[in-house]
Design a protein around this ligand. Structure first.
Ligand SMILES: *Cc1c(COP(=O)(O)O)cnc(C)c1O
Length: 455
């Protein structure tokens, strides 16, 4: 009878003592697992009572359901994945991984008290920035630099402080949307600045900007259109010419985006190049080409940076000591031209092509026709270098299973369920793993997973 079998379900506390749940409790916490157990038990009871004939009671089945629910929860935890996409700075995969040596260097300052806001020479309250201002003077040639939580905050801050209630001139060609709902016109509206559009989507000249200037103009904002490029007949403004022509009451701000400094990235104008050309302020992300933690930075004229730092929003946008400590470590190494200071975009985009091919061969050695090495491309990504792809090598999986042949998406999904999830891409209806973004140390793991898949 239904009721008596159901009453044989152990109490929640007893279920939680099952050994198969121990690793989940370890990873997800006891209350979260207890919730999942309660929910699955309730669901199971309902199903069984509604339709006892098809839902025959089985404790094993119930435990199986509980394990499945815990597995789904586990997938929500932030965890390492293998990036097989060939997109080096992939926003969905955490952008730039932080160099392991940098991470170890900052462990001490972050796991102890630190001089975050105390001046060690006077004992008085000090600034959060540490040595960063001086370091950045050498890296980007700006008199001063401030740091916030991301580049969207940089843009908001500079519009809110310098252009609230006034006009900001932006080229029609730069009305861009950068991923997850970040749109320049929206940020402008939120900041209280008024957008004045000039030029056309493909051509904006210095004269277009000058013609739009009124007494109400606070700023010209140039946005480096890094996540797309209008091809063909285009003309974007010469920053130096514009800087020289603008009247004194108009701030020239550039959203450079990628944070390119000393990294060897051809075709990507550096932060310093805009400052050299006469931009008053340049803002950029910390976790794209710069290769650091998530941060937004504004570099440029000292007086303007100091003004921005006094804006009340700065209190909301200021980053943690973790970010400051990582940035300091990173920039010191960039200035000393150390390998660990390069950032993942530079290192990986300059990888030796023969080396990538060898790694692809190593990955497929001993497997049969169900996997092959193919030519492919890598891109920097993360809203940088839109037109530029570099050659790469990938392995292509030609699965024996008809279900995977029909639906490469299914194969991708299976790979995301692997103990260390693997993110592949579909090219010409086949799943590929791009060697540009796969670590050599990940190859043995991939080999053993693929062996299981392809056997
Ligand atoms: C990436 C990017 C942003 C947004 O930066 P976040 O650090 O993600 O907030 C803004 N502008 C440009 C030009 C970008 O490339």
């Amino acid at each position: 009878m239904a009721v008596s079998t159901l009453s044989s379900i152990p109490q929640i506390e007893k279920i939680l003592q099952q050994t198969f749940l121990a690793p989940f409790i370890e990873r997800l916490s006891r209350p979260v697992v207890a919730d999942a157990v309660r929910e699955q038990v309730a669901q199971y009871k309902t199903q069984h009572l509604q339709d006892p004939d098809t839902h025959l009671f089985s404790l094993e089945q119930l435990y199986h359901n509980i394990e499945g629910a815990c597995w789904l929860l586990n997938q929500q935890r932030l965890q390492r994945v293998v990036n097989g996409t060939g997109v080096i700075v992939h926003t969905n995969l955490g952008r730039s991984p932080i160099n392991a040596e940098l991470w170890q260097q900052v462990a001490e300052v972050n796991t102890h008290y630190s001089n975050l806001e105390i001046d060690l020479s006077t004992g008085k309250r000090g600034k959060r920035k540490g040595l960063l201002q001086q370091l950045m003077q050498y890296l980007v040639k700006g008199e001063n630099t401030l740091v916030v939580n991301n580049n969207a905050s940089s843009i908001y801050l500079l519009l809110h402080e310098l252009a609230k209630g006034k006009e900001v001139i932006v080229s029609r060609g730069e009305q861009i949307q950068i991923g997850g709902g970040f749109r320049i016109p929206d940020i402008l509206a939120l900041s209280g600045a008024k957008l004045v559009e000039v030029g056309t989507t493909n051509i904006t000249t210095t004269q277009d900007y000058l013609d739009a200037i009124t007494d109400e103009t606070a700023m010209v904002l140039i946005v480096h259109t890094s996540n797309f490029k209008i091809r063909g007949f285009t003309e974007s403004v010469d920053v130096k010419e514009l800087a020289n022509a603008l009247p004194d009451h108009v701030v020239l701000a550039v959203d450079q985006g990628s944070g390119t400094t000393t990294e060897q990235m051809p075709e990507e104008p550096t932060v310093a190049s805009y400052i050299d050309a006469g931009a008053d302020l340049v803002c950029y992300s910390g976790d794209k080409i710069l290769g650091g933690p998530q941060a937004g930075m504004i570099s440029g004229k000292d007086a303007l940076i100091q003004q921005l730092e006094k804006n009340p929003m700065m209190r909301a946008f200021r980053p943690s000591r973790i970010v400051y400590s990582l940035l300091e470590e990173l920039v010191v190494r960039k200035l000393n031209q150390r390998e660990e200071g390069k950032g993942v975009a530079e290192t990986k985009s300059h990888a030796d092509l023969t080396c990538l091919e060898q790694r692809a061969e190593e990955l497929i050695t001993g497997f049969n026709e169900h996997i092959s090495v193919v030519q492919s491309e890598m891109i920097v990504g993360g809203g940088s270098l839109p037109d530029q792809s570099d050659p790469s090598w990938s392995v292509q999986i030609n699965p024996r299973q008809p279900a995977f042949q029909r639906s490469p998406e299914k194969l991708l999904a299976v790979m995301r369920q692997w103990p260390l999830p693997v993110i592949g891409v579909i090219k010409r209806d086949k799943v590929q793993l791009n060697m540009a973004t796969i670590e050599p140390s990940e190859i043995p793991y991939l080999r053993s997973q693929l062996a299981e898949l392809l056997q």
